[in-house]
Design a protein around this ligand. Structure first.
Ligand SMILES: CC(C)(COP(=O)(O)OP(=O)(O)OC[C@H]1O[C@@H](n2cnc3c(N)ncnc32)[C@H](O)[C@@H]1OP(=O)(O)O)[C@@H](O)C(=O)NCCC(=O)NCCS
Length: 242
């Protein structure tokens, strides 16, 4: 693809996906445009085994844009990196067509794998701001990774994944029931303890009230018995005196 058709394609990609763009000329200001253009050059050098030159081109792009795409990564058509700063794409990452990445995304390795260490993203995948996708698994086509998520295992197509570690909350536009998937309302052990203590306290309070009531009844009964005994005694005394 010639440079003119590449620029035209980039203009189309950015205009489709960034509502903030006002004119075609602005495309030249986008870090995404600069970084991907340099990646294409670096990748060709990498494939020809000019590894040092490839890294040199890619590192110049990092200095200018804050986006680090390893020259060995395989990237399809229509990649858009919005804002860009802090994006890292590892050497063995593979990106399908029309992938969108936001600032702070890492497509990295876990440090535990050899060979293919980085993720594969299917077509139309979106990885939101600050999300980390770590390991050599696949994110299926059309899936979305929520901002700030850390994804450590395979994601099927058409899913939404959020949280740390990332969990599927939507599949094919159907929400997955929460059950134990709540990563926002985490259990609070201190307030749980306080609630248990309050319940215990209430139970004891009720028991004390019950005991007081019984004691009061017992006292009344006792008084009645004593009264009865007194009356009986005085009657007997009267009878005796007669
Ligand atoms: C994930 C995202 C793309 C939404 O995808 P979606 O398929 O439309 O999902 P929904 O909005 O229906 O959210 C599904 C559930 O996940 C929760 N959720 C969404 N994003 C989340 C996030 N980043 N972290 C934690 N939970 C999140 C929602 O609250 C919702 O929970 P609920 O079922 O209890 O209501 C979006 O929330 C997101 O993270 N966008 C960030 C985009 C970005 O990076 N912008 C930067 C521009 S500078």
């Amino acid at each position: 693809m010639g440079i003119i058709s590449y620029i035209k394609e980039e203009i189309q990609v950015i205009r489709e996906r960034d509502p903030a763009i006002k004119s075609n000329m602005e495309v030249f200001l986008y870090p995404s445009f600069k970084a991907i253009l340099r990646y294409r050059v670096a990748h060709k050098l990498y494939l020809k085994k000019h590894y040092f030159l490839a890294r040199w081109v890619s590192q110049r792009a990092v200095r200018k844009t804050g986006i680090e795409i390893h020259p060995g990564a395989t990237i399809g058509k229509g990649l858009f990196i919005d804002h860009g700063s802090g994006v890292i794409i590892g050497e063995t990452a593979e990106l399908g067509d029309n992938v969108t990445l936001y600032q702070g995304v890492t497509l990295g390795g876990t440090g535990k794998e050899q060979g293919k260490r980085h993720p594969t993203l299917g077509d139309n995948v979106m990885v939101s701001a600050g999300a980390k996708v770590l390991g050599s698994f696949k994110i299926g086509e059309n899936s979305k990774i929520g901002a700030g998520s850390v994804v450590l295992k395979e994601v099927p197509p058409n899913c939404t994944v959020v949280g740390v570690p990332g969990r599927i909350v939507k599949m094919g536009d159907q929400k997955i029931p929460r059950m134990d998937m709540d990563q926002v309302h985490l259990p609070d052990p201190i307030s749980n303890d306080i609630r248990e203590l309050q319940a215990d306290n209430l139970r004891m309070h009720r028991q004390i009230l019950e005991m007081e009531k019984r004691m009061r009844c017992m006292r009344t009964d006792d008084i009645e018995i004593l009264d009865q005994q007194e009356t009986d005694t005085s009657e007997t005394e009267e009878q005796i005196s007669r």
